[in-house]
Design a binder for this molecule. Sequence first.
Ligand SMILES: *Cc1c(COP(=O)(O)O)cnc(C)c1O
Length: 406
Amino acid sequence: MLTYKKNILYMDNSLLNDIADKISTPAYIYSRKKLIENFRKFNGAFSKHNRIICYAVKANANPEILKILAKEGCGCDIVSGGELKLALKCGINPKKIVFAGVGKKDEEIRAALKAGILLFNVESIPELYKINEIAMALGKKAPTGFRVNPDIDAKTHPHITTGMSHNKFGLSLNEAEDGYLLAKTLKNIEISGVHCHIGSQITDPVSFEIASKKISAFINKIEKNSLKLKYIDMGGGLGINYNNDKIIKPKDYAAAITKYLPKNRVIILEPGRFMVAETCILVTKIIFVKKTAKKKFIVVDAGMNDLVRPAIYDAFHKIIPLLKRQGEQHNCDVVGPICESSDVFAKDRKLPPVTSGDYLAILCAGAYGYSMSSNYNMRPRPAEILVEGKNWKVIRKRETLEDILK
Ligand SMILES: *Cc1c(COP(=O)(O)O)cnc(C)c1O
């Protein structure tokens, strides 16, 4: 989706320099084409299976992105009442919405029951009682599965593992077994599935195979109690290529995650990062080039408030200039303006010659980028732009100081 023509960077057929000049920076810029491509590639990988793809909204909650996915027939994995409202507003079919999270509040449970979502992925016994109680008050049956924690080390960054026994998510396999027996006795609970999500940015297919095996054994055990789990929700987690990482192809992922699962079920997948990460760049402008005795700092106008992944996950993002100048590459640190030492996008990175006023593109910024942005240091959130061929449009206006002061 990104190509240089005569040393000037294009996204699809749009000249990025022009967009940055018109819209100012920082700005998240997305390719509509790439988004649709990602969905179709992922969905196609599971074509042999009866499946529902439930995009994890928390990766990127831009309404335009959700609308495009809704048109493709995609569902959603939500983790709050806000995400529920957004998904419904963007045309996502409620029968394709699954709801996870350890702290669902009464009003969020109520809203999801009223909307008629597909599945509550329940993360504790108190939550099960609460859902039963609210469903009873509404005269409904809540479609329910437990999120189980299969205790798998997915070998990813400790802040994004979720399926190990010390993580706060889900129930252990033993606890979940008791949970299903209890759920059977609750009148307003309809047991319909099981859920697991072992972590994010996973690049090793073996972790997915192990999850598949453990869940399959668990289902066997549970179904001896005359229960039937129609939906098997295997979560998200498929990694993408940030830094020449060895990644799993969607079809190999599909093979690994379904390897041991029983037949004749509906398989739910919750890709977040895979769907959006590579559709987007964060464009930022160089404010100063600062040389010290030890280092060369490229100070840009995006900060950790706009893209926090490097600061909190040590994440690597490639950085390239919108205008490639000729000359020797230099080692530099690319840093933001925020008053924190962790506000660094790249350390000792080789970059071609650049000067103040030049634009840089921070790559693979579509997942956990804008959605994790903040107003830290009293900075308005950036604009979001969608490119379609040689046309583009603003899909979220840049925040203003007045917006923040409200
Ligand atoms: C975050 C999350 C996902 C998406 O994870 P990715 O690594 O972005 O694919 C899916 N399911 C649940 C429950 C999540 O919390």
